[in-house]
Design a protein around this ligand. Structure first.
Ligand SMILES: [Zn+2]
Length: 311
């Protein structure tokens, strides 16, 4: 395994981390106005429904007013006609007048029924208005708060982006020009991210297994390679196992599938590579191992001592 190779990959992973943050920050900037636009759309739809109810109520009130005035006219007319009844000169005239009063009373009672139905409908609409008013008021204040906070949110996010840009410039300084150019070339042409781990033989960028010969070559760790499927830069996760392995967040992590046969096959290859890597370790590291072993022994002795004390 080449030391230069590992150092370069580490630098690229560091750069990718900064770019991940920049990507997430940009998403916030892009999504914030959209989020508010969605809320405004919802608010406007509720507002339209509310306006419709208000219009209905106005119309019903007007009708009710008209009916009330017609009803009072009716009763005045009926009263007048009843007075005239007394002045009838003969039975025929009297009966004609009685029929007229009857008709007037009938039409008046129809108007009365109409008014009752109208008042019922008015009550219903007022209930609907109370219900929609709750939703309308809640949405209105939510929208006011979010629209008011948007400018501040954008300002803060832009400031964060400036900081991240500075951090990016710092991280990219240590990367050699051809490697950095290769990273930038991919970044400008492909979807985020640029460099991804190969985990269990599968690219975490596109979730496709890399061909065995590519995987073997990758495990040798001699040169920076690309996924033959998605063209992203790739590294073997096991090369960074002892550290906090940075694994680029895949878009569809749940889609990772492979046959059992493949897994077994790869597990065997991984083991043999691990053995090779171990053999290649320097004397220095072996010394560290010995120290660790000694520490382990001490720890187990202490544990044994604690056991015997307890007994
Ligand atoms: Zn890929």
């Amino acid at each position: 395994m080449s030391v230069i190779y590992l150092a370069e990959i580490k630098q690229l992973i560091e750069l990718q981390k900064v770019d991940d943050e920049r990507f997430a920050t940009r998403q916030i900037l892009e999504n914030a106005p959209e989020e508010i636009a969605q809320l405004r759309k919802k608010y406007e739809s509720v507002e339209r429904r509310r306006d419709h109810i208000l219009d209905k109520i106005t119309h019903l009130n007007e009708q009710s007013k008209r009916l009330s005035s017609e009803l009072s006219d009716d009763s005045a007319k009926i009263k007048k006609s009843k007075t005239k009844l007394m002045q009838a000169e003969n039975t025929r005239e009297y009966q004609a007048m009685v029929r007229e009063v009857d008709n007037m009373e009938k039409s008046s009672s129809t108007r009365e029924e109409e008014k009752t139905a109208l008042e019922d409908e008015l009550k219903n609409q007022n209930v609907l208005l109370t219900e929609i008013d709750k939703e309308y008021t809640a949405l209105k204040s939510e929208l006011e708060v979010k629209e008011g906070g948007l400018a501040e949110k954008i300002e803060k996010t832009e400031a964060l982006l400036t900081t991240l840009d500075a951090r990016r410039a710092e991280s990219s300084k240590s990367i050699s020009t051809p490697v950095f150019q290769r990273y930038e070339f991919i970044r400008k042409r492909l979807d985020h991210p640029v460099i991804v781990a190969i985990k269990d033989g599968v690219c975490t960028g596109c979730h496709i297994a890399v061909p065995p010969q590519v995987f073997i070559e990758l495990q040798r760790g001699q040169q920076i390679m690309s996924c033959p499927n998605c063209q992203r830069l790739i590294f073997w996760d096991k090369h960074f196992e002892e550290e906090d392995t940075p694994v680029a967040a895949p878009e569809n992590a749940e889609e990772q599938t492979e046959t059992t046969e493949n897994t077994v096959d790869k597990a065997e290859k991984n083991d043999s590579t691990k053995r090779r890597v171990k053999k290649a370790r320097t004397e220095d590291e072996k010394g560290q191992d010995a120290e660790t072993d000694a520490a382990d022994t001490n720890a187990s002795e202490e544990a044994a001592g604690a056991d015997s004390e307890e007994a």
